[in-house]
Ligand binder design. Structure first.
Ligand SMILES: Nc1c(NC[C@H](O)[C@H](O)[C@H](O)CO)[nH]c(=O)[nH]c1=O
Ligand SMILES: CC(=O)[C@@H](O)COP(=O)(O)O
Length: 140
């Protein structure tokens, strides 16, 4: 049994709860264990994963958050830079699934967060699990 860390940016409680439920269910279904930590916003997720990875306690990570477009350029920064940070860690061999929704409005987020609909939390967990499997195969 491997241990996965879900790193959530708790910006929208009800949406996060659904994304986390989907992620936890996928990790449990694969026979692994999940822990959750919370950071203020999506921009803090890559740094939190980098810190957690130094411990060697986790086999993989699921990034969970919701970024909804507002009036300013801030959306591009938060959406783009969180993804960039996650991708940089992934290229260093860290098994991460990106479940940070980057959407135009809450309705889009609801459909994607709901485990009974698009289940993007579960999808991100599946991505982390897949990378973990590849690390085992190729030795990372
Ligand atoms: N607007 C959203 C943010 N913004 C906050 C940043 O992520 C960050 O915490 C702040 O700039 C301090 O460094 N975060 C989200 O997760 N979702 C948003 O919609
Ligand atoms: C991530 C965003 O775009 C949003 O939360 C910030 O809103 P605004 O651009 O209206 O300050």
């Amino acid at each position: 049994m491997a241990k996965f860390l879900i790193v959530e940016a708790r910006f929208y409680d009800h949406l996060n709860d659904m994304l986390i439920a989907g992620a936890k269910a996928a990790i449990k279904a694969a026979g692994h264990k999940a822990e959750v930590i919370t950071v203020p916003g999506a921009l803090e997720i890559p740094g939190a994963i980098a810190l957690a990875d130094q411990t060697g306690d986790y086999e993989g990570y699921v990034a969970i958050g919701v970024v909804i477009r507002g009036e300013t350029y801030h959306f591009e920064i938060v959406a783009g830079e969180s993804a960039r940070g996650i991708m940089a860690l992934t290229m260093d061999g860290v098994a991460i699934g990106n479940g940070i929704l980057t959407v135009e409005n809450e309705q889009q987020a609801l459909v994607r967060a709901d485990p009974a609909q698009k289940n993007k939390g579960g999808e991100a967990a599946e991505a982390a699990l897949a990378l973990h499997t590849l690390k085992d195969r190729f030795g990372g």
